[in-house]
Every structure is written in structure tokens, then in C-alpha cells.
Write a protein that binds this ligand. Sequence first.
Ligand code: COA
Ligand code: AMP
Length: 627
Amino acid sequence: MTYQEFYNNSMADPTAFWKAQADAIDWFEKPSDISFKDENSLYRWYKGGQLNTSHLALDYHVANGRGDQPAIFYDSPVTDTKETITYAQLLDRVARFAGVLKAQGVEKGDTVIIYMPMIPQTVVAMLACARLGAIHSVVFGGFAAHELAIRINDAKPKLILTASAGKEINRVIDYMKIVNPALDEAEHQVQGVIVYQRDILEAPLKEGRDFDWDVLLADAEPADCVPVESTDPLYILYTSGTTGKPKGIVRDNGGHAVAMKFSMKYIYGVEPGEVYWAASDVGWVVGHSYIVYAPLIHGCTTVLYEGKPVRTPDAGAFWRVLEEYGVSVFFTAPTAFRAIKKEDSEAKLKAQYDTSKLRYLFLAGERCDVSTLEWCQDVLQVPVIDHWWQTESGWPMLANMAGVELLPVKPGSAGKPVCGYDLKVVGPDGEPVPPNTEGAVVIRLPLAPGTLPNLWQDTARFIDSYLSPYPGYYFTGDGGYIDEDGYVFITGRIDDIINVAGHRLSTAEMEEVVAAHPLVAECAVIGVHDDLKGQIPVGFVVLKAGADIADAELEHELIKMVRDQVGPVASFKKATVVQRLPKTRSGKILRRIMRHIVDGKPYNPPSTIEDMSVLPELEAQVREAQV
Ligand code: COA
Ligand code: AMP
């Protein structure tokens, strides 16, 4: 079947289409209804279906002859460690750790925060929660204590699972120095903290609150899978919104499992038994879906890589991993290849490695610039597929569905809509715009299975953020256009979210921190172009009258504040003092115009601008500060 026929089927009869896809997973109880609306009139999938995601990822495969197949290749150049874990071994570890959680009182429907690095224990922790029907919320290790505290208050976890340390290229990250202040700051009090002690650092444990992972594990009884409803949450993953408060994206069990399985076969074109590698972090949605759940549900071997594309130890690291594990399909963010290209522009190190098992390279997480795409094609000699999705969708919405029919690659486009997604580009009136005309990217409801059904305990915000802007559609927050051949080009966020090295960040969160400096009267943080990271945040601050501080000193203090409160991942390294910020007469800061000024792009000031003379003044200051 061609892509177009397959896609048309999914649009013509979604119920039949997603019923057939649901048959690919091992339900305890098959769903009675494929698609329905819940008590909030929101679309849901697979009513009455009962399953367990840990069963699908582990028990099912062990029962069906994959026990001795590697489930995980753990490769950690930062700690010089490698480990192969078979499906049978992973099942044993997960069942026993689920026993630990059960003994701590964790039950179906409880929440558990996981703040851990890229180690096998993190995967075990996620699957152990899933096994009990508990809802995990993984927090990325690059976020600071304050961000962790926000998530603790919102998710209200019974337990926190953590490790003594993470390892970055240049330093060991002492996790308890983040967990302790986060717990001090949070209003919600957890019942306990389970700490995995790594060889690189031994964490001091607080009597009565903290427990040693291995000590608890030594006496644990393995726990069985608890059947859950298809609509029960599997996890909450917080992602940046347009305010200082992150959004708790909810993922259900049933739709997610079906979507994961479907995407491996039909988008990534990978077979059970093959090796699939997503070079990301389990703290992001890419890590949830394509390091942990999809490869395991599909019976692949996943690579868990605790390292960077460069400097661990060199720009040949990715080629080495591709060869060593015989990776068939590889997925990462374009920024990773820009980093490699910067250090080894002719990919000389590639000559040392045989990557002939690789069939496809998939890129996502940020816009893929054409030169990076072409460089990857030249170096790897396989189709390089840009595809587009977001934390909310949990899996691709635009792609080149390699498992169905590989369409010609159009550089700059993230491909065509994936089955189940009725994607449109609309104008301000909510009506679809003609081909090659830019507008807001929206998806007609219902969204495909596996996408967010709601925000964690905040239906009003869910409706307000995603459903209200364009009635009948889900609003993605991205802008783009569709060309005459139906290829979609994503041009970037049309809200105040920025994308730094493939990491999604909120400028509003950074502004809250910068504005809290005692000498700052007002500020704007905007994302400006960066050759390596795509975008980086830059702060523009107006000082309070009479403030007496050197610009460099203020910048240093603001950088430290953002690093301490949002985290190093924000990459906030530049703040500049300006006289005034451009605003509308109603006081709204014109961030889009500021972005254009900094990126040296033409702009049209809106008629609502308060004072036109601020623009040349700002241009001069930006030039002087070399932003
Ligand atoms: N724990 C603690 N700190 C972390 C961290 C973690 N898990 N992850 C990143 N950081 C820190 C980094 O050490 C760095 O600190 P520094 O300012 O002291 O140098 C800072 O956060 C910024 O990190 P990053 O943006 O990753 O920059 P980098 O210079 O370390 O690496 C790349 C740049 C491009 C090599 C890297 O971002 C990368 O490989 N990205 C692509 C893959 C990816 O993960 N994409 C995510 C979605 S697919
Ligand atoms: P996240 O929720 O962290 O996965 O970030 C999602 C956002 O990243 C999207 O809304 C886009 O703005 C951006 N993004 C992801 N993939 C792509 C892509 N292939 N092309 C352009 N932008 C992308």
C-alpha cells in the first residue's frame, strides 16, 4: 500500500484503522469502544481495554522467546561503563524493583517522580512504576532545584527516585544537592526518597527519609503486573508552556502502547529484534517514547547512551556506537550533528567505523537546517528524515513513513502528515490557507491515539491552551506552510517557547527569574539564532532608576540566577542592559520585533507601538553589545 492510500484509510475510517492497529498489542481485555468522549467531552481511545505497559515491554517478549535477546545496550563513555541487559534480566530487575515500590506503599494511581541520569536503573524505575499502575514523572537532570520543586508540588508524588550523581563532560552532578533544596522548597512532602548510589559519588542519606536503592532491592519480592484501564495515565511529563508554570502532559496506557508499536513499524521501518537508538535523554519525550517504551514494546534492542556527540571522547562517538551495536535506525536532534560537524567538518573520524547496518537517520526536536541534513546524507549515505512532533503528541505528527513507503526527501520539510493526524495550516480566522501560505499549524480533532488526552489535573488550562484558539482543532503552537505537493514546512514556534539544542524552554520562566533581581525594573528574554544550538536565550533588562551596577556584574548575577533556578540546560549566558523595551500602547512587550532586530531581519512595527523611537535606539544598543 502506498503512503497516500494508508493515510487516506486512517482518515476515512479512524475506528477501523485504529482497531486494526490495537490488535498488534497484547491486551488483557480488548477495548469495547475504539474512540469515545470522556466526562469532560474530551476525546479518548480504547474504552474498556485493559493492559499493562510493563507487560507489553517485558513479560510478553520473555514469554514469546525474546528472553535472551538484549533489551538494553547501556553505553556510558562518561563513566567508562558498558552493560548488556537481556529481556529476561530486565524483567527480573523491573519486577523486583516494582516489589520495592510496592513495599513502600506505592499503588495504582499513585505518582512517583524520577530524577535520574541516563542509567539502566532509570529505565527500571519507569517500567516498575508502569508495572504497578503507578504514574511516573521523569524530570530532566539539567533542571535546577526550583524546577524540580514546581513539579513536586504539581505531581504530588509519594516517592522520589533518584541517583547519587549524574555525569556531564566536565563535572559530576551531585543530585542530592538538587533534590534536598527542591524538597525544602516544595510544599508537598514526599513519603521517601530512594537513592541509587553510583560509583562516581556516594550520597549522604537522610535518616528516616532516604533509602538506599540496593539495600531495599536485596529483600524485595518480585511484583506482578497490575492491569490498568487503557485510559489510566502511564506518565506525566512536564514541558515548557508560555507561562512560568510548566504543563503536565498526561500520557495514557492504551493509546500510547498502540501508537508506540505502530510508529516503530510504519514510521521508523524497524523490525523486532533489530537495534534502535535514540540519542536523547529519558528526561525528554524523545527519551520516553524512543529510548524506553517504543523499542521495548516492539521487541527491539534499545541503546541507552550516557554521553555526548562530541568530547566523549571525540566527534567519532556516534559512529562508534552505530558500529558497535549494529544500529539499524538512529534518531537524534540536528544540533547533535552540528556539534560533530563543528569539530570534524569532513567527518574524517567516520572512516574508522562501519555503519553499514544503518538504514535510516531520523531527526527531530528542532527545525532541521538544510546544510545539516545534506551533511548527514553525505556522511551516512542513508535517507535522512526530518520529522516533527512535540511532548504533547508523544510521537510523530509529520514524517516520511519509511515503513510504509519512503517518499522523496524535500530538504526543509518535516514530511507529510502521519496516519491519524488531519493537519491543516490556518489563518487568523481559523480557515485553511492556500498552499505555500504561512499560518498556524493545527490538527483537526480527534488527535491520534497516544497523544495527550489532558493536562495533569488542569482541564481548564488544557482547553484554554490547545482547544480554544481554533475551535475543532488542536493548536500545536507552531507556524508553518504546506507546499503544492502536500509537504509541510514547520517555520517555528509562534508563542514564546524557544528551542535550545533541541531542548524546549520557556522564556517566561527565565523572565520570572531575571525580573526578580532587585535592580531590574523590567525585562524580556528572547530566543536568538545560534549556529550550534539553533537558538539561545538572551535577556534584555531595563534597570530601576538610580541602580548602580556595572553591566558585566549584573550579567554575571543574572546568569547565575537563571542557572541556579531554571538550570544549566537553559544555556542562559547573555544579558544586556537597554534603555527601554519596545511595547504596545497596552504595555505588551514586542518580543517578535526584538527577535527580528537581534537576528538582523526586516520587520514591520505594528501600528499599536507605544513609541517608534525605541526601535532605532534598541538596534544601536544591540549592535554595541554584539548580541
Ligand atoms: N544534567 C545536568 N546538567 C546537564 C544535563 C543533565 N542531564 N544535560 C545538560 N546539562 C548541562 C550541560 O553540562 C551544559 O552545562 P554548561 O553550561 O556547564 O556547559 C548545559 O546544561 C547545556 O547543555 P547542552 O545544551 O546539552 O549543551 P552542551 O554544550 O553540553 O552540548 C550538544 C551541546 C549539542 C552536544 C547537546 O545538547 C546534544 O547532544 N544535544 C542533542 C541531543 C538531545 O539531547 N536532544 C534532545 C531532544 S531530541
Ligand atoms: P518538545 O515538546 O520538547 O518535543 O518540542 C516540540 C517543539 O519542537 C515543536 O513544537 C517544534 O517547535 C519543535 N520541533 C520539533 N521537531 C521539529 C522539526 N522536525 N522541525 C521543526 N521544529 C521541530
